[in-house]
Design a protein around this ligand. Structure first.
Ligand code: R5P
Length: 311
């Protein structure tokens, strides 16, 4: 019966991830045409019946903004085609860093995008490692917030590390770092970072013991890698043995990959919430979160707990 039918479709931002999710679910990826007109405008058409279906649209919203537009249009198309319930599955929720009015006359894009997604017709949202957890409250529909931590933890549990210190590269990363350190049985160090301008990180101090230790710098995302590289130089200058940079979302813009290549970073670990860039240097690892996402989709479909996946 269509009422119980689960269907997954995606936009161009997350096709590979959506295919992996569908493989775990044992379902074919739903057919949707997501293309461009010659002037660059987006065109979407869902190519199968979605009437009465429990529908999941997988699409990360990293730049360009057309990825967000594709998501909004897919939601709109499915709503107008009578899908029973639409869940926007947004592994990486972009535009999240502007989440408060911290300067005069700035836009709070994290709220703006939440409004666009709900107004387009999403009944619920499934996302992962939001830049700040309070963004959940910007949505007036149910939101399930997954953590990549179980995937990242099982990777690090299998690594040969010694006297590990988890390093929070700024105040915003402390909570995530503390819970990660607790689970790993590691110590925590904190970097005091300032941002004199957008995309410019200035490091002030390191709180905690790092000499002779393996340091895992943990953040929600790596964008220009300024934050991670500055922290890495500082940790090495304080005698850190190995420096591993780890983040859920590898945005990698503005020469980030070259910067990380040159920096004293022994390994860079991210997940595939954003597609893996081609020809990444050998020290980069990309962990797969598709199984976790597929479990969350199944639990939502069967009205079961999603928090059981946090462990
Ligand atoms: C900041 O609050 C975030 O958690 C990241 O530390 C930051 O966005 C990373 O940016 P970048 O790689 O450009 O320093």
């Amino acid at each position: 019966m269509a009422k119980d039918r689960l269907l997954v479709i995606c936009g161009n931002a997350s096709r590979q991830l959506a295919e992996l999710v569908c493989r775990h679910l044992g379902l074919p990826l739903g057919r949707a045409d997501v293309t461009r007109f010659s002037d660059g405008e987006v065109f979407v058409q869902v190519e199968e019946n979605v009437r009465g279906v429990d529908l999941y649209i997988i699409q990360s919203t990293y730049p360009p903004a057309e990825h967000l537009m594709e998501l909004l249009m897919l939601i709109d198309a499915c709503r107008r085609s009578s899908a029973r319930r639409i869940t926007a599955v947004i592994p990486y929720y972009g535009y999240a860093r502007a989440d408060r009015k911290d300067q005069p006359r700035v836009s709070i894009t994290a709220k703006l995008v939440a409004t666009l997604i709900t107004e387009a017709g999403a009944d619920r949202v499934l996302t992962m490692d939001l830049h700040s957890p309070q963004i959940q409250g910007f949505f007036d529909v149910p939101l399930d917030h997954l953590y990549a931590a179980p995937v990242i933890m099982s990777y690090f549990a299998g690594l040969q590390t010694e006297g590990v210190v988890v390093v929070a590269p700024d105040a915003g990363a402390v909570k995530m770092g503390r819970s990660f350190a607790k689970r790993l049985g590691a110590d925590l160090a904190i970097v005091d970072k300032r941002r004199p301008a957008p995309d410019r990180a200035e490091l002030m101090n390191v709180i905690g013991e790092v000499e002779g230790r393996d340091c895992i710098i943990l953040d929600d995302l790596i964008n220009t890698a300024g934050t991670i590289c500055q922290a890495a130089y500082e940790l090495k200058s304080r005698g850190a043995k190995r420096v591993i940079a780890c983040a859920t979302h590898g945005v990698f813009s503005g020469g980030a990959i070259e910067r990380l290549e040159k920096a004293p970073v022994d390994e860079v670990t991210v997940t595939n919430t954003i597609p893996e860039q081609p020809n990444l240097p050998a020290k980069f690892r990309v962990l797969d979160v598709s199984k976790l996402l597929s479990k969350a989709i199944l639990n939502i479909h069967h009205e079961e707990s999603v928090s059981s996946l946090f462990i």
